[in-house]
Write a protein that binds this ligand. Sequence first.
Ligand SMILES: *Cc1c(COP(=O)(O)O)cnc(C)c1O
Length: 815
Amino acid sequence: MPNSIDPTTTAELLARVERESGRTPDHSPLDAWMRAAAHACRAELAERMNAALRSDREAGAKRVHYLSMEFLMGRALSNALAALGLEPAFREAARQAGRDPGEILEREPDAALGNGGLGRLAACFLDSMATLGLPAFGYGLRYEYGMFAQRIRDGEQVEEPDDWLRDGNPWELQRPELRFEVGFGGAVQGLAETGTEALGEPRRWIPSERLHATAWDFIVPGYGTRRVAVLRQWQASPSQPIDLAAFSRGDYAAAGAAKQAAERINWVLYPDDSTATGRRLRLRQEYFLVSASLQDLIARHLEDHGDLQSLGAKAAIHLNDTHPALAVPELLRLLLDEHAMSWDEALAQCKAAFSYTNHTLLPEALETWPVPMLEELLPRHLELIYALNSRFLAQVRAAVPGDEGLIARVSLIDESGQRHVRMAPLSIIASHKVNGVSKLHSELMVETIFADYAKLLPHRFCNVTNGVTPRRWLAQANAPLARLLDQRLGTSPDWRTQLHRLAELAPLATDAEFCAQVQAAKAHNKQRLAARIEHELGLCVDPSSLFDVHIKRIHEYKRQLLKVLDVVARYQAICAAPEQDWLPRTVVIAGKAASAYAVAKLIIRLIHDVAAVVNNDPRVAGRLRVVFLPNYGVSLGEVLFPAADLSEQISTAGTEASGTGNMKFALNGALTIGTWDGATIEMAEAVGREHFFIFGLDAVRVRDLRAQGYEPRSYYNNDPTLRAVLDAIASGAFSPAEPDRYQGLIARLLERDTYLLLADFADYRAAQVRVDALYRRPEAWAERAVLNIAGMGAFSSDRTIRDYARTIWAMPTPD
Ligand SMILES: *Cc1c(COP(=O)(O)O)cnc(C)c1O
């Protein structure tokens, strides 16, 4: 990457700024600077995209198509400038005009088209696919409103629309030539009967509603390569934008109805990452995404290869969770009905092309759709699902005769109560590979939710442990540490693309000078966060205190509430012995609650109530601070991960599929306090378990405790510390204006405690004591921080994508 300043590029940038705003660069608004820089990048990226598409076509290359309802991209400018080598010119141009480059970058809104981990994973994957030079398309929806903006009013979450497209999006390229029709409703012609005897026959679906899907491309640069990945996002429009007859009658609502129905598809991202949302609009969104994407990839395949016989060999189609699972019947429909392929051949193409990632074991998150809803919206697809099912069940009956219980369990149709189509089984039987996202998760997946399928299809299941892109989560987010790594490791080969090189840092863990430099980088990042907290909340925090950080979606299984119990216990302990030498801590919590998730919202409120009491109590001043930073998202994460001393990964063992926040923390030198869950296990194994603060029940003990009858109240009765904490919260010590505000929340813990907070409480406290003790020995802490960084080589999403390419997509990648 050239690091010298190219005067031509600088001059071009300045000229662009002037064109963008009609003013001289020193008088141009920061937004114009941001757009001008983005447009400069986009022009270069578009050339690279065309070159990549051309060379892939000439080579007849296999491509991967990553279908996802969510892409949590964050900002793009800083990443693009670094990848394109334009950063020096950008900084120089800003300098010449007296502008602060950091302030320009801050003007870019986050592209928050995702809820959390699943959407962020898709974004890291695009970065890695581009960087590895893997021919790749991401396919998603162009949501007009992304993840809601979280405001806090009187300690409570208020959701505000994320109007991220208001001022236009300087990155996207509209592709009016890429337009496909997507139908809904209507009837299937010649639909006499369903069943295996009619499987091979093409049918004609006559939809009652027809929409158009138009592509908008967002180009993702690779690092250190001219290769790019393309994120293609679909926009819906009506085939008839206005009903002129209705308009003439003065019935404007009817005149605009079709336009509104189309626009609703792109309206807003469903703000829930953990329960299946049985809403009609969500189903329409899902089908719209897959239909447009498959038509697009088939058209490209025909252009490249002439026929569809090689579709499965040349097109990998990956389902990011089951949200795009309607791709299965849609591809069957396209091949059978539109392209005259036989049933057996179409099914073989599907199996060769499809693969599916499961992201959660929580039963409430397994997607199903009511049969009547599918019948009404997608009648032909329901017929194909029935056909797939009858064929699959016949095979099961042949393999395991006489087990009708098994048939009911593995059927694609859930017949208990109102009939539903199960989307995970649909994805499993039509894919050649199904993967979980960490070793533990993949094991539990085949032992629990998919146990029957794993017995029937033993070779279909595998593991690919998640990863994160070191370009964004280290190089970009943590400039001081990145500079240090450049000094110590050099840049050939660049650790940014060869993250295993971090292992070379392990011997430096005992190098006092290096450790001091790592600590200095951390101190710098903590100052930056402290300034941000003061600016946003008017709250002073001490950058030399231990920064204890719990940031992720608010969900009971992630146990923010356990963190609160720990904070209250610490608060009470300090109040009881104020003369003691307490290690100063700043507890930082951030995360959004799904708008319909009442308990999660109550937990946010409790955090604020506890913070108000703690932060205003002179007895704990200088020892304990509690901060809730609103509106957690990618950009806030880029400030938080580098500033953390302690990473909180405290989910109930067996519930966090992988976690990726855990990786971002460790990569930035935070130590982890956590349960034996998700990918935290593999991280601890890579670094050395003794360097992690592991506590609590593991997944086996969790299962056993539940099986033998968990009694949370016994922990309350036997642990005076726990009792004092729960009593204080339940009695209104933190909500004096409304003393019973948290009675129900605490009663839930005492009666049921689904996520075993009380069982893990004492051990969590003990682990926190070990944390305090180590933090008092800065050299020992720094040594462990370095060992953590050194152990993160395997948690680059480059490694993850190589694993997918080799074991699932059958695609070559460079080393
Ligand atoms: C990494 C990331 C997540 C995932 O965090 P977990 O701790 O793995 O749940 C969620 N949201 C954002 C914005 C992220 O960057």
